[in-house]
Design a protein around this ligand. Structure first.
Ligand SMILES: NC(=O)c1ccc[n+]([C@@H]2O[C@H](COP(=O)([O-])OP(=O)(O)OC[C@H]3O[C@@H](n4cnc5c(N)ncnc54)[C@H](OP(=O)(O)O)[C@@H]3O)[C@@H](O)[C@H]2O)c1
Length: 304
C-alpha cells in the first residue's frame, strides 16, 4: 500500500476528505511529497486543480475511504465529519482516521469512541498555521490520541508540517488549539486596544508598534511569561516587588484613561474586575500572576 518516492521513502496513499482552503492545501502537500492522494468533497469541482496535479477524485465517500490506509478529514466541524463518514459503512474498519477539524475536547473524545466502534484507529489533530504554510517543515501540527497510530504515521504526517505529539488523551490537540488561539486573540486585542488608546492622541499604529513591541518582548514575554511559568505550577506569587493591589491601581487608570480619551473601555474594565475578584479572594498582597487562581475556576456570578 505504499509508493516509492524519489527520496527513497515509501509514500503511504492518503485520502483527503474536505477540500475547503485547508483540506485543499493538505491534499496539495501530500501530492507534492509523492503520496498517492485520493480526494473527496461535497462540492466535487473543488477537486479540479488537485486532479490536474495528479490526485484521484473519488466519486463517493466509500470510494475515498477504501482507497488507502489513512483518511484525513478536514471539514467545517465534527458534526459534518460524522455526517459525511456515516455514509462510509464498515469501510473504515482497519484504517486510520486523522481528524483535523476544529472542535471541542468533548467532541474529540466522542470521536475516538465513534471510530473505535467502526474498527478504525484514530488520531485527533489541530493545524496551527494558515493554508499557505501547509507543507512547510516548520509549520506546527498538533496531535493527540493513540501513540501507536501516531508513531506508525509520523512520517506521512510530516508531509504537511511538523507533527508534534501531545499525549494519549485525544482531547489535548483541540484543547491546545483553543488555548493557543485564546492567547493569540487576547494578545491581538491588547495591542489593538492600546493602539486605539494612543491613536486618540494622533499617534500612528506604526509609531506605537516601534515602542510597544520592542518593550513587550523582553519585559513581558521573556522576563515574566517564560520565567514565571514554573512559579504558576507551584502557585507561588510573592508580592515583594509589586502587589495585585498596586496592579489594580494601574488597571483603574487604564480604564479611566480609555473613558477620558473616548475609546472603548470594556476590555480594561473586564481585566480590572478579574483583579478585583482575586483581591476579594485574598490575593491582594500577592503579585499580579495570582489572577491565575481566578482563571482556573469556572466563572462566578458577581455578588449581588
Ligand atoms: N483555513 C484556516 O486558516 C484554518 C486553520 C486551522 C484550522 N482550520 C480548520 O480546518 C477545517 C477546515 O477549514 P477550511 O478553511 O478548509 O474551511 P471550512 O469552511 O471550515 O470547511 C470547508 C469544508 O467543509 C465542507 N462542508 C461544510 N459543511 C458541509 C456539509 N454539511 N456537508 C459536507 N461538507 C461540508 C466544505 O464542503 P463544500 O466545499 O462542499 O462546501 C469544505 O470541504 C475547519 O475545522 C477549520 O477550523 C482552518
Amino acid at each position: 500500500m505504499t509508493n516509492q518516492h524519489s527520496s527513497g521513502y515509501d509514500r503511504t496513499p492518503v485520502s483527503v476528505i474536505g477540500l475547503g482552503p485547508m483540506g485543499a492545501a493538505l491534499a496539495a502537500a501530500f501530492l507534492d511529497h509523492g503520496h498517492p492522494t485520493t480526494v473527496w468533497n461535497r462540492s466535487p469541482q473543488k477537486a479540479d486543480d488537485l486532479v490536474a496535479k495528479g490526485a484521484h477524485r473519488a466519486s463517493t465517500v466509500i470510494e475515498a475511504v477504501s482507497a488507502g490506509p489513512m483518511i484525513i478529514v478536514c471539514v467545517k466541524d465534527y458534526e459534518t465529519m460524522h455526517e459525511i463518514l456515516g455514509a462510509a459503512g464498515d469501510t473504515l474498519n482497519g484504517r486510520v482516521l486523522v481528524n483535523l477539524n476544529s472542535g471541542t475536547p468533548s467532541q474529540a473524545r466522542a470521536a475516538v469512541g465513534w471510530a473505535t466502534e467502526r474498527g478504525a484507529g484514530y488520531l485527533d489533530g489541530a493545524i496551527m498555521v494558515p493554508p499557505p504554510l501547509v507543507g512547510h517543515p516548520g509549520s506546527v501540527f498538533l496531535y493527540s490520541g493513540s501513540p501507536g497510530v501516531f508513531d506508525q504515521h509520523r512520517q506521512t504526517l510530516a508531509s504537511v508540517g511538523d507533527p508534534r505529539y501531545l499525549g494519549s488523551d485525544p482531547s489535548l490537540a483541540v484543547l491546545y488549539n483553543a488555548a493557543l488561539l485564546d492567547m493569540m486573540y487576547a494578545t491581538m486585542n491588547g495591542f489593538l486596544h492600546a493602539t486605539a488608546l494612543v491613536g486618540s492622541a494622533n499617534v500612528s499604529a506604526v509609531e506605537f508598534a516601534e515602542h510597544a513591541l520592542g518593550w513587550f518582548m523582553p519585559t513581558v514575554v521573556d522576563s515574566v511569561l517564560a520565567e514565571q511559568a514554573p512559579e504558576l505550577d507551584k502557585g507561588n506569587y510573592p508580592g515583594d516587588l509589586g502587589t495585585l493591589e498596586m496592579n489594580l491601581n494601574a488597571l483603574e487608570h487604564i480604564t479611566q484613561a480609555s473613558v477620558e480619551q473616548g475609546v472603548h473601555s470594556d476590555q480594561p474594565r473586564l481585566m480590572k474586575e478579574i483583579a478585583e475578584r482575586a483581591i476579594t479572594d485574598g490575593y491582594g498582597g500577592k503579585n499580579y500572576l495570582a489572577v491565575f487562581e481566578i482563571f482556573k475556576q469556572a466563572t462566578r456570578e458577581p455578588p449581588t
